[in-house]
Design a protein around this ligand. Structure first.
Ligand code: NA7
Length: 547
């Protein structure tokens, strides 16, 4: 029996439990990682902060939370049986349905028996001599394992606004990523929302329907376009099921693994009336088409980007009754699609309601502090019963930073990545042996479940390779880390999005030190990434070092 399996099957010694692999997180990534590692005969333990499976879809229960991606491209594809059993109810699934789906997956594959909930990992230290990771939980409990699999999500480290007086507000205050499990009743209440990112853009129209008054505190507006959600009939779902192979094969051929493919034409080559007609068509269609199915130069050419931005601005002016409010909702500091485009359902019309007030905290009324009664701006105190901090996340690396992860020579991951993550393919980090990252920084993303499946398949392949050969340790090779880091940074250079502050470029002023832009994802074509990872796997993972 090789050493990895020996560790995996060794009975638990008293004291610290030992596993073949420890997985951090029971969201989409951790669930599938567990499934694949179990298939390899490993003894696995998943530690999860939440009280059940689901990750993002467990936590984000705020009103209006739903996919911005077509539901029928957003499920797992590893089990054809599962795909045929599950009926998506809406083209863009609402959070309760998605959570139900993930629960169904957990039940079907009996995943919970290897999961420990209400268990936050606070530290993971590599013991070079033993070739094992020691994982510590908030409770003080420890466990050891040959492999550490991070399945922590790219948007799980939520951040509260760095505004004085935050703890003084006397009413209930919520971050959408820690939304209560029982419905929040806004009837007759004055509600305040800080932030106008994708989360707020989904929540605001819903809250506006029942709140007595809603005040939106906007620092910088975001571009947003209509989602055009609709229900899926039984016959439509049957037709989707019959086409699943084609749908997933098509997604695998697009840059970001969505159904949308950029139009091969350049904006600047298309006559204005033809462009306009094309944009009208995209604006009327569901999903990310207006962003990802647009002319291929809108994300790299200033002139093209200015033209599409003007088109979207015109739409905002048409939809918002008060021209002054419309102008406040139109971004002036970045172009359309240079930050992740939130998709909305009646967001702009919400500002036409008598019970909704937009407060521009950048130009008109800076927030001074949070008071027991509400929010004090430079002009007045806005009295509130409920306060919502839709202020986002410390994206991609934030969840890693919140764990004291130490690799070879006790180097802390946070320090190793202070300037830039250093990984090979975003799968393993330099200096952190046997740490397999699902959706780590510098990997390809886009359609998250499809990226997760690809990432997990690659890593399960490495583990299988090691089990078959009796290897007990895998790490990166410096020359390949250098090559990949350069590839990732180069791929981001031509993008207009690289010149804009957002969670995607690692900027979050609510987190100390997060003021400098970094490249956090691989922005090349999804096909190139698949090809590269497939070549590495077929070639026997020569780019990694095994022993
Ligand atoms: P985002 O998109 O990062 O949005 C956060 C919002 O909160 C954004 O409008 C911020 O304004 C605002 N913000 C953050 N801190 C403050 C403070 N201190 N004061 C005022 N306003 C603040 O997060 P979301 O949760 O909406 O969406 C995250 C992703 O989830 C999204 O892209 C999808 O992929 C799903 P700013 O723009 O920084 O001026």
């Amino acid at each position: 029996m090789n050493d990895v399996v020996a560790v995996a099957r060794r009975p638990r010694p008293t004291g610290t439990a030992e596993f073949g692999a420890i997985v951090i997180g029971a969201g989409i990534s951790g669930m599938f990682m567990l499934y694949r590692l179990r298939e390899l005969g490993m003894r696995v333990r998943v530690f999860e902060t939440g009280s059940d499976v689901g990750g993002t879809w467990y936590w984000n229960r705020y009103p209006g939370a739903r996919f911005d991606s077509e539901s029928w491209t957003y499920g797992y594809s590893f089990s054809k049986e599962l795909m045929q059993e599950w009926d998506w109810k809406e083209h863009f699934s609402p959070q309760p349905d998605t959570l139900e789906y993930l629960n169904r997956v957990a039940d079907k594959f009996d995943l919970r028996r290897d999961m420990q909930f209400d268990s936050t990992v606070t530290a993971a230290h590599w013991d070079d001599a033993a070739g094992l990771w020691t994982v510590t939980l908030e409770s003080g409990e420890q466990a050891r394992s040959r492999f550490l699999c991070t399945a922590v999500g790219i948007l799980s480290a939520h951040t509260l606004p760095a505004i004085p007086g935050r703890d003084r507000f006397r009413g209930p205050a919520y971050h959408p990523a820690r939304w209560p499990h029982t419905p929040v009743d806004f009837t007759g209440k004055c509600v305040g929302v800080i932030g106008t990112g994708a989360t707020a853009i989904q929540a605001i129209p819903e809250i506006a329907k029942s709140a007595k008054h809603l005040t939106v505190f906007q620092r910088r507006p975001n571009w947003a376009a209509p989602l055009h959600n609709s229900t899926i009939s039984k016959s439509e779902m049957d037709a989707i099921k019959a086409r699943y192979d084609q749908i997933y094969a098509h997604c695998a051929s697009t840059p970001m693994w969505f159904i949308h493919q950029a139009d091969p034409r350049k904006t600047v080559d298309v006559p204005p009336d033809e462009r306009e007609a094309f944009w009208e068509k995209l604006y009327a269609e569901p999903g990310f088409g207006i962003w990802l199915g647009n002319f291929r130069d809108i994300g790299v050419n200033e002139e093209a980007n200015a033209a599409i931005s003007e088109f979207i601005a015109k739409k905002i002016r048409q939809r918002v009754t008060d021209p002054a409010v419309a102008e406040k909702l139109i971004p002036k500091d970045h172009g359309f699609g240079t930050r992740r485009v939130p998709l909305e359902s009646g967001y702009f019309e919400a500002y036409n309601r008598a019970n909704v007030l937009l407060v521009d905290t950048l130009c008109d009324e800076p927030i001074e502090r949070i008071t027991p009664l509400g929010i004090k701006t430079s002009r007045r105190e806005h009295e509130l019963d409920i306060l919502i901090y839709a202020t986002g996340f410390d994206g991609v690396t934030g969840a890693f930073d919140r764990i004291d992860i130490r690799g070879t020579g006790a180097v802390q991951l946070k320090d190793a990545w202070a300037e830039s993550p250093r990984t090979y393919l975003g799968m393993l980090a330099e200096g952190f042996p046997n740490m397999l990252m699902v959706l780590g920084p510098h990997t390809a993303r886009g359609n998250i479940p499809q990226a997760v499946e690809h990432s997990v398949e690659f890593q399960a392949g490495i583990v299988r390779f090691m089990l078959e050969r009796g290897h007990v340790r895998v790490e990166t090779r410096p020359e390949h880390v250098a090559e990949w880091t350069e590839t990732v940074i180069k791929a981001a250079e031509p993008l207009l999005s690289s010149k804009v502050d957002s969670w995607q470029t690692g900027v979050n002023r609510n987190v100390e030190g997060r003021t400098v832009r970094r490249v956090l994802g691989y922005n090349g074509h999804g096909i190139h990434f698949r090809r590269k990872t497939d070549e590495v796997a077929k070639g026997g993972y020569k780019e990694f070092l095994f022993c």
